[in-house]
Design a protein around this ligand. Structure first.
Ligand code: SF4
Length: 272
C-alpha cells in the first residue's frame, strides 16, 4: 500500500522486481510439486516430466503460450521459442528456467497490484510514503529534496505555500495542518530553525518555547530525529490549502518538486 501510494512508477517497478527475484530465489529450493502448485495462481498449463535430451534433464513441460507470455521480453537467444525443445505444443524446461519464468509472472502480478489508486492516507503514513520516495531518489543518485540553494526564494513558492507564508507573516489565523505544511516546507528548502521561529512569532498564540520545540521536531533535531516533509498536494487539497493550481502544479504532486522546478525556470529566465 505504501509503495502504491508513492505514485512513483520507477519505485513500483523496482519494488516488484526485487520481490519477484526474492520469490524466484526461494523457489530454487522448493520441490517440483510446490512449484506446480504455485503456477496454479497464474493458470499455467504445466506438468512434471523427467526427460533427458543431450546433456540436459528437463523437469517441466509448459504450454508454449504460457512460455511466450513470460519469455517474450527476454532478449537472449536462448529464450527464443525456436531454440526450445518443443513437443506437441509444450516447451521442455529445467527447474532453473521455470523459476526464471515464474519470476517474470510474479513481477507483472505485483506491478499490476501496485497500479491501484490509494488516494489520500493519514499524514503519519504519508510521511512514510514521502520518505520512501526520498530514499528511492537518493539511492538512484537523483538530487534529493535537501539539495536546494542556500537562499530561500519566495517567488518560487507554490501558490499554496505562498498564501500560507503571507498569512503567517501578517499574523492571520492559519490551521494546524497549514502551520505544519509551511514549517516543514521552509525547513526542507533550507530555512534555518531560527528564521522559521521568527516568522511564526506573528501568531497571536505564539509561545517561544513550544514553537521552537515543534520546529526543531519537524526539522529532525528532536525525538525520533526524523525530518518531516510537507504533505502532498492531494492532502493539502483535501484540507482546502490549495488556492489555485497553475501550470507547474499540473505537473507535480508535491510542493517540494514545484519549488525545485520553479527555481530552475527562474534561473533560466535570468540573463547571464
Ligand atoms: S497543486 Fe500542490 S503545489 Fe500547487 S498550489 Fe496546490 S497544493 Fe500547492
Amino acid at each position: 500500500m505504501l509503495v502504491a501510494a508513492t505514485e512513483n512508477i520507477s519505485l513500483k517497478r523496482s519494488y516488484a522486481l526485487v520481490e519477484a527475484k526474492r520469490v524466484s530465489n526461494l523457489l530454487k529450493s522448493e520441490s517440483k510439486e510446490n512449484i506446480i502448485e504455485l503456477t496454479k495462481n497464474f493458470n499455467w498449463k504445466i506438468k512434471s516430466i523427467k526427460d533427458r535430451i543431450g546433456s540436459l534433464t528437463y523437469d517441466f513441460a509448459l504450454h508454449f503460450t504460457d512460455f511466450l507470455k513470460n519469455a517474450a521480453i527476454f532478449r537472449e537467444k536462448e529464450w527464443k521459442l525456436i531454440n526450445q525443445v518443443l513437443v506437441n505444443g509444450e516447451v521442455f524446461l529445467t527447474k532453473n528456467r521455470i523459476t526464471r519464468l515464474l519470476e517474470e509472472e510474479v513481477r507483472r502480478h505485483i506491478e499490476d497490484k501496485l497500479s491501484i489508486k490509494v488516494g489520500s492516507l493519514p499524514q503519519k503514513l504519508m510521511n512514510h510514503v514521502e520518505q520512501l520516495n526520498l530514499l528511492f531518489n537518493e539511492k538512484r543518485g537523483k538530487t534529493s529534496f535537501e539539495d536546494f540553494p542556500k537562499e530561500v526564494d519566495i517567488t518560487a513558492f507554490p501558490p499554496c505555500l505562498k498564501s500560507l507564508y503571507d498569512a503567517t507573516a501578517s499574523g492571520q489565523r492559519v490551521s494546524h495542518i497549514g502551520r505544519f505544511a509551511l514549517t516543514s516546507f521552509l525547513i526542507n528548502i533550507g530555512m534555518s530553525v531560527e528564521h522559521v521561529v521568527d516568522l511564526l512569532r506573528s501568531f497571536s498564540d505564539f509561545n517561544e518555547r513550544m514553537t521552537r520545540y515543534q520546529v526543531e521536531h519537524i526539522a529532525g533535531k528532536r525525538g525520533s530525529r526524523t525530518k518531516y516533509i510537507p504533505p502532498r498536494c492531494d492532502t493539502l487539497r483535501t484540507h482546502g490549502i490549495c488556492p489555485e493550481m497553475n501550470e507547474i502544479c499540473r505537473t507535480i504532486s508535491h510542493p517540494l518538486p514545484y519549488y525545485r522546478r520553479k527555481l530552475r525556470a527562474v534561473k533560466a529566465e535570468v540573463p547571464s
